[in-house]
Design a protein around this ligand. Structure first.
Ligand SMILES: Cc1cc2nc3c(=O)[nH]c(=O)nc-3n(C[C@H](O)[C@H](O)[C@H](O)COP(=O)(O)O)c2cc1C
Length: 350
């Protein structure tokens, strides 16, 4: 293990902070193996739940990639890695027991290369979710991620995918899941809340071992040619531009939940320098999803190499820079109190 990249999510030691996040690119055994071959410290498998409607939604997925001016961008090119992804998605269509057995075997394989394969549940019915969590532990998997803030929650068939925003309800959900398994429990939360740190604190207080911040937003994009909605619908949207929004909530969560509590970033990382930015914001690991989905698994190995080069050039290690920038954030008022602080940026002249 390269000590420079070594990090921890609670009791789980990771060989580097790069996790391959859940998506269509982690939906089969071969796909998960590809992510592991590219050095990801962990791979979160495409989520599942018991809802047939959520599974059926996978047959109606649709994706569009755009540049900063909303012009279409081709897939699987250098450009696509940095593009904005607008999409609707569904859940894995495999029957649960077979999927679980395959993930348990993959996780055993991953352990041989010091990595993890992590099953992911998306909340539909809470009691069923708790039963699945217990089964996942019995199958020998070592970590569980549960997404209770999937952006599509309010567009999908009623109850198929839940988007939870209420702290009291989140406390009930996490407590129930905590009671059903002793596995390290990573709870993925929405960013579509006015109080992301409040819901993160509720998850922490109810027994989550880590929180994953933050799910993507929903968007609507009018198409100039057809004058109709792109993809015909509202859909989830994300891009590199999400990074500062996610980083802010990570930094605020670090302050509220304490520097020792593990935070995992999702939403905005496109390369290894972005993983460094999330470390500086206080995220002990970063899930990369769209970059892998749109440009291939090399996004993972490239990110690990880039992060390593950044840290090496500064003689630093990942754990030492954790939260370093977050801990220096000043309020406007604190800055105003410091004489000589202000610099005036004039617009560039002709
Ligand atoms: C096509 C696609 C499918 C996704 N499927 C899942 C999923 O099954 N479960 C889940 O928890 N998140 C899912 N996500 C969300 C991602 O894991 C991730 O949180 C989000 O895309 C933001 O990270 P990124 O900026 O690295 O893409 C999906 C995202 C995309 C783009």
């Amino acid at each position: 293990m390269n000590d420079r990249l070594h990090t921890r999510v609670g009791n789980i030691a990771l060989k580097n902070p790069v996790i391959c996040g859940a998506g269509e690119h982690t939906m089969t055994g071969d796909a998960i193996r590809a992510a592991l071959r590219h050095g990801a410290a962990a791979v979160v498998a495409k989520s599942t739940n018991e809802s047939q409607a959520a599974k059926d939604q996978l047959d109606r997925t649709d994706y569009a990639l755009f540049d900063a001016h909303w012009n279409p961008v081709p897939w699987h090119t250098a450009e696509s890695r940095d593009a904005t992804l607008f999409c609707r998605s569904g859940l894995v269509q495999r029957e649960f027991d077979g999927w679980l057995d395959e993930l348990a075997a993959l996780d055993r394989e991953a352990a041989a290369s010091d990595a993890y394969v992590i099953p992911s549940l998306i909340l539909s019915d809470l009691e069923q979710c708790a039963r699945y969590a217990a089964q996942i532990e019995q199958a020998g998997l070592r970590v569980l991620e549960v997404n209770i803030g999937a952006p599509h929650g309010e567009e999908a068939s009623k109850g198929a995918i839940r988007l939870e925003r209420d702290a009291a309800r989140i406390a009930t959900i996490v407590s129930r899941l905590r009671a059903s398994t002793r596995l390290p429990l990573w709870i993925k939360l929405t960013g579509q809340s006015e109080d992301v740190t409040g819901i993160a604190a509720a998850a922490q207080a109810s027994g989550a071992d880590a929180v994953v911040l933050m799910g993507r937003f929903m968007g609507f994009l009018p198409d100039l040619e057809s004058q109709a909605p792109v993809l015909g619908t509202n859909a989830a949207i994300g891009g590199g531009w999400s990074l500062p929004l996610t980083a802010r909530w990570i930094a605020l969560a670090r302050r509220r939940l304490g520097a020792a509590y593990p935070l995992i970033a999702t939403n905005g990382a496109r390369n290894g320098l972005d993983v460094a930015r999330f470390l500086l914001a206080g995220a002990t690991a970063t899930e990369m999803t769209s970059a892998v989905f749109t440009s291939g698994y090399a996004a993972l190995s490239d990110a690990i190499a880039e992060l390593n080069a950044y840290l090496d050039s500064r003689g630093q290690c990942a754990s030492r820079i954790l939260g370093r920038a977050a801990d220096q954030i000043e309020s406007y008022q604190q800055q105003e109190a410091r004489p000589g602080h202000w610099r005036c940026f004039a617009p560039a002249s002709e």
